[in-house]
Design a protein around this ligand. Structure first.
Ligand code: NFS
Ligand code: SF4
Length: 650
């Protein structure tokens, strides 16, 4: 019988613990309970050796070697595990590519005057046009935007060659390597379709070849998904600059109409914010003090970075925002939206509003959101929330008191801007000098999710603190940023967690920005904004004339749950950046697959470390994970001829 964890064991966050207590008292089930009910998990699925690709199956291989070692078709554990792994990368890559395609189409329609958005960052639009070798002579802003949008859409249909965004944003050294290995993607849809085909029953049965197919997907994810989305979103909605906002369930406001915006693509969320501001008087007429928009998951990150909207919850506690009893509407678009929110909403007055024709939840209200009619839809959504306030049960409202103040909005542009105050001509030089002399030991991108199986925030916060105290500069995105923010690591005060080296750099930079210090974790945005740390790495590598794989940099994803995190991780590995995951990636059923992903460069067999200079590190213990990451950082420092920093920095 599965054991139900106590609230103190599901999250570090006392507010989450309390709200879970309330849910349980009221008989409301959440993901934390369901995660317990799923225990113990199926050993076949956990090892990745369960296959249900065709109706001869399902087949499963006995991981201990005692029992069947091949499926009905003859596929062995290596093939099945590699195929399952690649199939989950397809999920992540398709999600990001589709996100990018929707934004590209919206840019096209905006440029043609068919969608009610505006080109907000004209400078970035022109820099992108230049990077794509487009002529801008004599063209209006909208004409340039149209050309850029068409170039973006070409990345979903060009018949041959290399994707525009790979040539534009990729580092030449990496692109050359991928081309030599036949891994440079032609267009996103083609590569995804090819991967679906090769991963099907009776197709690619070579585990190494399947894993290389996974690398190809990682590259598609990075350029056709992340970079494309970030670039065009910045053009439409502005490039983020440092902002201050609040975190935790306490950002809900008892005196206001609360609307949670949840999902990923800012086309919807930006419009909801705009209409909430426009209809504030209507909310006041309903007897409230106005409208309070709060963010959940990556829609939250997008709004935080550009609009300073506060964040109520990361992924795993999304249902608890509803349990507050103070949420009039939760508006969702796509990805990371638990179907469970509808069951929870039915116990309170919250209206769940889905907005995409291909992403509905039974029982929820649906308001169709097409960019062309964005204003009408956003207005209708906000009006529904205002109307629903009348149904709030004031006796059942419980909003935690405290919030945590945090700074976000550190786009690569913003970081370069701050650095340029130290060296106007060569803004990256101070960072390079600090890396070279060991003041900064290395850089870590702390990314990814929270997962109801795990005790929320522990992995994210522990890895980050361990790295900070050893003078690693921490960049962060996604739901991991939420964990770090709630624990004070996105606030200048948090700099006390850092070793003396990183602390001195952050303080110096903070002074340039008018703060006592920059926060120890620099929040660069949503998950698609993992393009931003990548941009910074590329700029550093170019300046040093080395490959990205040579920089002492690592990625860490301690509490991942999502295939998107795996495809982003693969994108980093394709550049030779080591990636740590703290949750089992479900490949242990094949020692060949495990070794290819996690082995070292000196090994005789094929490993991603040997081919690309980076590998997967699976380590559930966050302290050990940080040690392993530091080891790799020091190894790369050594290879670059830089001094390795003595342990005694703290
Ligand atoms: Ni990323 Fe964003 Fe959060 Fe994880 Fe989900 S919201 S896209 S996948 S859970 S960080
Ligand atoms: Fe079984 Fe092969 Fe079909 Fe998978 S593809 S279910 S291993 S027969």
């Amino acid at each position: 019988m599965a054991k139900t964890r106590n609230p103190v064991d599901v999250s570090m966050d006392v507010q989450v613990q309390d709200m879970l207590g309330k849910a349980r008292e009221q008989g409301v089930e959440t993901a934390f309970d369901r995660a317990d009910q799923m225990s113990p998990r199926c050993p076949f699925g956990s090892a990745g050796v369960c296959c249900r690709l065709c109706l001869e199956g399902p087949c499963r291989i006995q991981p201990n070697g005692k029992g069947p070692q091949r499926g009905v078709c003859g596929a062995n554990a290596d093939t099945i595990v590699a195929r399952n792994f690649m199939n989950s990368l397809i999920q992540g890559t398709a999600a990001h590519a589709e996100h990018a395609r929707e934004v590209a189409l919206a840019l096209l329609h905006t440029a043609e005057g068919k969608a009610p958005y505006h080109i907000k960052d004209v400078g970035k639009l022109y820099r992108i046009a230049e990077g794509l070798n487009l002529s801008v002579e004599g063209k209006s802003v909208n004409e340039v935007a149209k050309d850029v949008a068409l170039k973006a859409l070409e990345d979903f249909q060009r018949p041959e060659g290399t994707m525009n965004w790979v040539s534009f944003r990729g580092q030449e050294k990496s692109v050359a390597k991928w081309q030599s290995l036949g891994l440079a993607p032609v267009n996103s849809h083609l590569e995804i379709a090819k991967a679906v085909t090769r991963g099907a029953m009776g197709s690619d049965a070579d585990p190494i070849n399947l894993l290389l197919g996974g690398i190809n997907l990682g590259i598609v994810d990075g350029y056709g998904g992340l970079h494309l989305s970030t670039d065009l979103q910045d053009v439409l909605f502005g490039t983020p600059q440092a902002v201050k906002a609040n975190y935790s369930l306490g950002v809900l406001d008892e005196n206001k109409i609360n609307i949670a915006v949840h999902g990923h693509i800012p086309l919807l969320s930006e419009k909801v914010v705009e209409w909430a501001r426009k209809l504030d008087d209507q909310a006041k007429a309903a007897g409230t003090e106005g409208i309070n928009i709060v963010g959940v998951c990556c829609s939250g990150n997008e709004l935080l970075m550009r609009q300073g909207v506060s964040i109520a919850s990361s992924f795993s506690s999304q249902e608890l925002v509803i349990v507050s009893g103070a949420l009039e509407a939760m508006v969702v678009d796509i990805q990371c939206i638990m179907p469970g929110i509808q069951q929870v909403a039915e116990c309170y007055h919250t209206e769940i509003i889905t907005t995409l024709g291909h992403v509905k939840i039974a029982g929820a209200t649906h308001v169709d959101f097409e960019p062309e009619h964005a204003d009408e839809a956003a207005k209708e959504i906000v009006e529904k929330a205002i109307k629903n306030y009348a149904n709030r049960d004031h006796q059942n409202v419980s909003i935690p008191k405290d919030t945590v103040e945090a700074y976000a909005g550190f786009s690569a542009e913003q970081i370069t801007d701050v650095l340029s105050k130290l060296n106007e001509e060569k803004p990256l030089q101070p960072l390079i000098d600090a890396l070279k002399n060991g003041t900064i030991r290395g850089i870590a991108a702390m990314v990814g999710c929270t997962n109801p199986r795990e005790k929320q925030d522990v992995g994210n916060v522990t890895v980050a603190k361990e790295l900070m105290k050893k003078d690693v500069l921490v960049l962060t995105t996604g739901c991991t940023a939420h964990s770090l923010a709630k624990n004070g690591l996105m606030n200048p005060d948090g700099v006390k967690e850092c070793g003396e080296g990183v602390k001195s750099v952050l303080k110096l930079l903070g002074e340039q920005a008018g703060l006592p210090s920059l926060p120890p974790a620099l929040h660069m945005g949503s998950c698609v904004d993992n393009s931003r740390p990548a941009d910074l790495l590329k700029a550093l590598a170019d300046e040093l004339d080395i490959a990205i794989s040579d920089i002492p940099v690592v990625g860490s994803c301690p509490e991942t749950h999502n295939p998107k995190a795996l495809s982003i991780g693969t994108y980093f590995i394709s550049h030779g950046v080591d990636v740590h995951v703290g949750v089992d990636p479900q490949v242990s059923g094949s020692s060949l697959v495990t070794h290819t992903l996690t082995g070292n460069r000196g090994d005789e067999e094929v490993t991603t470390d040997r081919l690309f200079g980076g590998k997967l590190i699976y380590e559930p213990d966050p302290v050990l994970a940080a040690e392993k990451l530091i080891e790799r950082i020091d190894m790369k420092r050594k290879l670059l001829g830089l001094s390795t920093v003595e342990e005694a920095t703290t």
